[in-house]
Design a protein around this ligand. Sequence first.
Ligand code: ADP
Length: 624
Amino acid sequence: MELLEALNKHWGYEQFRPNQQEAMTCVLGDQDSVVVLPTGGGKSLCYQAPAVCRSGLAVVISPLISLMKDQVDSLKTSGISAAFINSSQTHVERRLVADAVGGGQLELLYIAPERLVQERTIEFLKRANVSFFAIDEAHCISEWGHDFRPEYRSLKKLRKHFPRVALHAYTATATEQVRADIIKQLGLKKSKIIVGSFDRPNLFFRAERMDDRMAQVREVLRRHKRESGIIYCTSRKAVDELSELLNKQGFRTLPYHAGMAAEERSQNQEAFIQESCDTIVATVAFGMGIDKSNVRYVIHCGMPKSLENYQQESGRAGRDGLDADCVMFYSMGDYYRWKANIEEGAKKNRDSSFRTLRAMVDYCTGIQCRHRSLVEYFGQKFDPDSCNACDVCSGELDVVDGAQVIGQKILSSIVRQGQRYGGEYTAMVLKGSRDKRVRSNGHDRLTTYGILEDQRVQTIRDWIEQLVSQGFLIREGEYSVLALGTRGGELLRGEVAPTLLKGSDSQTKLSKRVTRQTTSWEGVDRNFFDELRTLRHDLASQASVPAYIVFTDETLRQFARIKPTTLADMRTVHGVGDKRLADYGEAFLVCITNHTGQPASDSETDELDLNSASAGEDQLAGKR
Ligand code: ADP
C-alpha cells in the first residue's frame, strides 16, 4: 500500500503534515533517522503509516504504559493490528500478544525500554521479523534532556543485536546537544536528521501577571465552556485549593498530583480523557503520556522553571491543529522560589539552570511576540512580522506614553547606583522607599531617589524587566546585578525609546481581550456539535477508549457543519477512515438525520464495502 493510501484508508487524512513524508520515507528506506517535531506535529504517524505499508513487525519503544494503551486503542480503532506488552497485563494477556507476534499477525508492537532490553525479549524479537524500531520520546536517552530516563540508555544494545534493522528516534524537544547525544547513544549510522518548525500557529499565547487568580482563571474557563483544558499549578496544595474553589463555582474540574493515591490519580486522568470532567487542575506530574488531541486551553498558574518545560506543557493544547489558548499567569514570587531551589540544589549545571530560568522570566515579562520568543529560544528563525496569535501582536497590551523618559529615569538611577544592584532594590530607590539598606547606602540622596514615587513598586519592577528584555539593561553575575545593555547608551542619549506597559490590573486587561477570528467554527451549529460530543462520549465509554479516539473535534465540527446524511458523504470528512466509518458511522448518521429530520439514504451505503473495513474485528486479527 502507498503511504497516502494508508493515511486515507486508516485515518481519513488527505495529506501529509510538514516533514511527515520525509520521515516516513526514511522508515520505508531503512535509513536511520532522528525526527524532531513539535507536540502535535504528527510524529506517531511517521512510523505508524510506514508500519502499515511494509511487511514485518514495527517495534515502538514508549516510556509510559498509559501512552501505549491510548496509542494501541487508537490504532485498533483505525483498523490496524497493534498491541503492547507491559507490566499492566496478566501473564495470559502477555502470552496472547506473544503468540500474535509469533504468528506474524501484528503490525505494531509497543514495549517499554526496560522490558525490551531483557535478554529474553531480545531473543524473542530476533525470531519475529522486526522491520524497524521507533523510539518515542527519544530525548529521554540524553542526560542533557529534561526527562532523562536511565533505562533508555540500555537501548544501545539494539544496534548490536539487530545490526540490520533501522532505528528511528522521535522527540519534540531536542536541542542540538540532545540530538547529538541521541545519535551517539543509539549508535545511529548516516542518520537523516529532520527538524520541523517549532512554531505552533494554532496556539494563542498570553502572559499576564497574576493579580486575581480566580478572576483570571474563570475568564479563560468561561470562554471555553464545556471544553477540555489543563490548569498547571506549582504546588499540590494549590492544585487541591483551586480545583475545589472552581468546583464550588460550578466548573467541572478534578485534581491531579503525585501526593494523591495512584488509584484516584488514574481515575481522574481517565475522567478527563473520557470527558466526564472538563478541566484537570494539576502539577507537572500530569501530562506526559496524555495524547488527548482536543485540549483547548492550558493555563499556568505560576511559571515553570524553563521554557523547555513551558513549551512541553503548553504544547499539550491543540494537538489536533484547531485553535487553543495557552495562558501564563506568573508572579515574581515564582521566580524567587525557583531561584532558591537552584541555589539549594547541586552545584553542577547551576549556571545553565539560572540561564534557563532567566529566559522563562524574560518570556513572561517581555513584550516581544510570544511565538517569536519561543521559536528563537529554540534556535530557529521566525519570519512573520506578526503572529496574530499572541497578546503582544493582537494589541491586548496597554502601552504607556512617555516611555523614553521613564526608561531614562530607570537607567540613570542604575548608573548612579554604580551598576551594582538588582531590580528589586532599584525599584525601591526609584519609588523613594525608606528601606534601611537604601538609606545606609546613601541612595536616598541620589537625584533619582523617589523620581517614580507615584508608581507602584511592582510596576517599576515590570518596567525594569521590560527594559532587560529589549536590551537596554543586562543582568550580570550570580546576583542578577543590573547594568547598562548594548542599547542603554542610545536610550540615555534620547536616540531610541523602549516600549513599556501600563501596570494595569487584571480587570482592565480582561476588557481588552481580543476574540480570535478563525474559521474553525465557521458554519458550525454549536448546539448540534455538543449533541455529537455527547454521542461520542457514550460510544467511547462503551468501547472503553478515549473520546477523541472515536472522532476528533475537527471531524465532529465538520459533521455539525455539513450534516452528512449518507455513509458515503461521511467517509469524505477529514478523519473518517474505513474502520471508524464501519464502527461508528451508523450511530452518527442516526443522530444527524434525527436532527435534520431527513431520513438516512442507504442507497449509497451499499457502494461502500464495509466488510473490508473489518467492523468489530478482533484486536489481534491477522494482517490482510
Ligand atoms: P505528536 O506525537 O507529534 O505530538 P501526534 O502523532 O499525536 O503528534 O498527532 C497529533 C494529531 O494530529 C493526532 O490527532 C493525529 O492523528 C493528527 N495528525 C497526524 N498527522 C496528520 C495528518 N497528516 N493530517 C491530519 N491530521 C494528522
